[in-house]
Design a protein around this ligand. Structure first.
Ligand code: PAF
Length: 283
C-alpha cells in the first residue's frame, strides 16, 4: 500500500502505471472513513486493477466555516482501516491544500440546472460548485476508468453524473447502496459528532423515509409532510430542515404518481446542530 502526499509524486506514479493499462478505480473521500466508504473500496477492488482512495477535506465545499473547522479528521486511523481491507489499495492524502489548489482555493462556476439549486444546493449555497471543482481536479489528475460514490449523497451523485457527461465521458460512475447502522441511520462521518444516544434516536430519519414509501400515493403530499415533521420533531432534540419528494432523474418536484417516473424522498434533519441527510426510492 502506498500513501502519497504530493501531487507531483502521484502524477509520476500514475504515468508509470498507465503503461500497464491498468483499469483505475478512484474513491474520492474526505476521510473519517466508515463502513460506507469501505463498501465503495470493496466495489472498486472487484471492478478495477488499481484502486486509489483520496482523502482531502475540501475547504471550498463548506459554506459554513464553522462546519469546516469542526469536520472530523483522523488520517492515521483512516490508513489503518484501508489497510485492513486490502494492502493493495493506494492512498492519496494531500500534504496541504496547495497540493490541490496551488493558487487560491476558489470554486469554478458550473451550470447544473436545478440540480444544485434545490435541497442541499439551496441550504448550502456554493456547496456543489465546490464539490465539482475538487472532483474535476481529481479526475484530471487520476484519469480514472471508474469512480465510486455512495447513494446516501444522492444529489451529489447527480452532480457527479452531470460533470462526467459534460467533461469526462470516458469515466464510468458507480453508485453504491447506503450502509446503515442497526437503527437504520445512514453511516456518515458526521455521525462521529453525535453522542451514542442520538445515533439511536436518529433511527427515526430512516423510519420516516420508510413511512413515506408506504404512504406515497395514499396520503396527500401535504399530509405526508406534516406526518413526517411531527414524527421527527417528537424528539425535542431533532429539527426537520427539509423533506421533499422529487423525480430521481432530474429533481423536478413531485406532482402526482406517474408509473413512468421514479420518485425519491429526500430528508435533512438537524440533531444537536449536526446536519444528517438521507434518501430513499419510493416508486
Ligand atoms: O462526499 C464527499 O465526501 C465529498 O463531497 C467528495 C465527493 C469527496 C468531494 O470532496
Amino acid at each position: 500500500m502506498s500513501v502519497i502526499r504530493k501531487t507531483i509524486d502521484l502524477k509520476k506514479i500514475l504515468r508509470l502505471n498507465k503503461i500497464k493499462r491498468n483499469k483505475i478505480g478512484l474513491v474520492p473521500t474526505m476521510g473519517t472513513l466508515h463502513e460506507g466508504h469501505l463498501s465503495l473500496v470493496n466495489e472498486a477492488l472487484e471492478n478495477c486493477d488499481e484502486v486509489w482512495v483520496s482523502i482531502f477535506v475540501n475547504p471550498i465545499q463548506f459554506n459554513d466555516p464553522k462546519d469546516f473547522k469542526l469536520y472530523p479528521s483522523d488520517p492515521n486511523s483512516d490508513i489503518k482501516k484501508i489497510h485492513s481491507v486490502s494492502k493493495d489499495i493506494n492512498l492519496f492524502i494531500p500534504k496541504s491544500v496547495r497540493e490541490i489548489y496551488p493558487a487560491n482555493p476558489i470554486s469554478e462556476k458550473f451550470d447544473f440546472g436545478i440540480l444544485d439549486k434545490v435541497m442541499e444546493g439551496e441550504q448550502r449555497p456554493g456547496h456543489f460548485n465546490g464539490v465539482a471543482t475538487v472532483l474535476k481536479k481529481l479526475f484530471e489528475i487520476f484519469e480514472p476508468n471508474h469512480v465510486f460514490f455512495g447513494e446516501k449523497d444522492y444529489q451529489q451523485t447527480l452532480i457527479v453524473s452531470k460533470l462526467i457527461d459534460n467533461l469526462f465521458p470516458k469515466i464510468s460512475l458507480m453508485v453504491c447502496p447506503t450502509i446503515r447502522n442497526e437503527n437504520g441511520l445512514a453511516l456518515s462521518s458526521r455521525n462521529n459528532h453525535l453522542p451514542k444516544k442520538y445515533q439511536k434516536i436518529c433511527g427515526v430519519i430512516f423510519e420516516s423515509l420508510l413511512l413515506a414509501k408506504e404512504n406515497c400515493g395514499k396520503m396527500s403530499y401535504l399530509d405526508l409532510n406534516k406526518t413526517i415533521k411531527t414524527k421527527i420533531e417528537k424528539s425535542n432534540s431533532l429539527k426537520l430542515e427539509y423533506f421533499e419528494v422529487r423525480n430521481e432523474k432530474n429533481l423536478e418536484p413531485f406532482t402526482q404518481i406517474n408509473k413512468n417516473i421514479r420518485y425519491r424522498a429526500f430528508i435533512c434533519v438537524r440533531a444537536k446542530g449536526i446536519r444528517l441527510i438521507d434518501n430513499l426510492l419510493l416508486t
